[in-house]
Ligand binder design. Structure first.
Ligand code: HEC
Ligand code: HEC
Ligand code: HEC
Ligand code: HEC
Length: 156
């Protein structure tokens, strides 16, 4: 065969060869077929344990019952029932053991995330009632009048 044919052939063989060699070093030992719970059963066995050990950040409101029982009851019976505690207070992982207090955001912006009036048709129209930020008591924080855990209630 002519050189100009052989040379690219050697290059191709070289590339395939080095990929095969690299694979021996790079693919972890426990990668292989382990049961049929993934596509074709191919996965790294230790990956299952890694995901089991993964720390979940959001605990859900059931977690709060133990210590903030009245808050959970109040929320569950209010129009804010669909809103999770941690949507407003942030993830509760390691609270109260390492993080003694969860943050409290009393700004208007915090409520307007969901209650800003949208002047176009949108699917959530009936869900979080929108208010006009510039008309609705614009100089005061919402929580001066509305109780966040039961927004039907008004403060003085
Ligand atoms: C094991 C008990 C415990 C659990 C469970 C718990 N908390 Fe707390 N939380 C506390 C304690 C203790 C404090 C310290 C302040 C206090 O005495 O209220 C606190 C403080 C807070 C504060 C700040 C209060 C303030 O006055 O600044 C918020 C907000 C809060 N928790 C929300 C939550 C939410 C939301 C959950 C569930 C996702 C939760 N907590 C789960 C015990 C708990
Ligand atoms: C819509 C947002 C929102 C949700 C949902 C929410 N909170 Fe709050 N939370 C606030 C705000 C704002 C304050 C501060 C209220 C104030 O100062 O009048 C607060 C205050 C608190 C406090 C401080 C003490 C107090 O008596 O005010 C605790 C504890 C707390 N929330 C726990 C919870 C728990 C537990 C849940 C879920 C059951 C929850 N929150 C759900 C916004 C929220
Ligand atoms: C994550 C989204 C979300 C956030 C943040 C939020 N809300 Fe709401 N809010 C809702 C939804 C959804 C409803 C309507 C639920 C329904 O009617 O079924 C609602 C309802 C209300 C209502 C009407 C209650 C009634 O009379 O029916 C008021 C008032 C209100 N929220 C005030 C607040 C205030 C004040 C804050 C900030 C502390 C706040 N919301 C933060 C989602 C949110
Ligand atoms: C000065 C007190 C006051 C402040 C501050 C205030 N509100 Fe209100 N809000 C009211 C009163 C009173 C009503 C009921 C009468 C009405 O609809 O105007 C109301 C009604 C609402 C409603 C129900 C509207 C509907 O169509 O059902 C929502 C939602 C609401 N407020 C959200 C907010 C949010 C979000 C903030 C902060 C950005 C806020 N409010 C600030 C007093 C206040």
């Amino acid at each position: 065969m002519k050189w100009h044919v052989l040379r690219p052939l050697w290059v191709a063989i070289g590339i395939v060869g080095s990929i095969l060699i690299a694979r021996v070093f790079l693919v972890p030992d426990d990668f292989g077929i382990h049961g049929r719970n993934f596509t074709y059963g191919f996965h790294r066995l230790s990956n299952i344990q890694e995901w089991k050990d993964f720390q979940v950040k959001y605990q859900g409101r059931e977690y709060c019952v133990e210590c903030h029982d009245e808050k959970v009851q109040m929320l569950n019976q209010s129009p804010h029932e669909p809103v999770e505690c941690e949507n407003c207070h942030g993830p509760a992982v390691n609270h109260p053991d390492e993080i003694e207090m969860l943050p409290i955001d009393r700004t208007r912006e915090h409520c307007l995330r969901c209650h800003a009036q949208l002047n176009y048709p949108h699917s959530a129209r009936d869900q979080a009632p929108g208010i006009n930020n510039r008309m609705h008591s614009r100089r005061r924080d919402c929580v001066e009048c509305h109780v966040p855990h039961d927004p039907r209630e008004y403060k003085e």
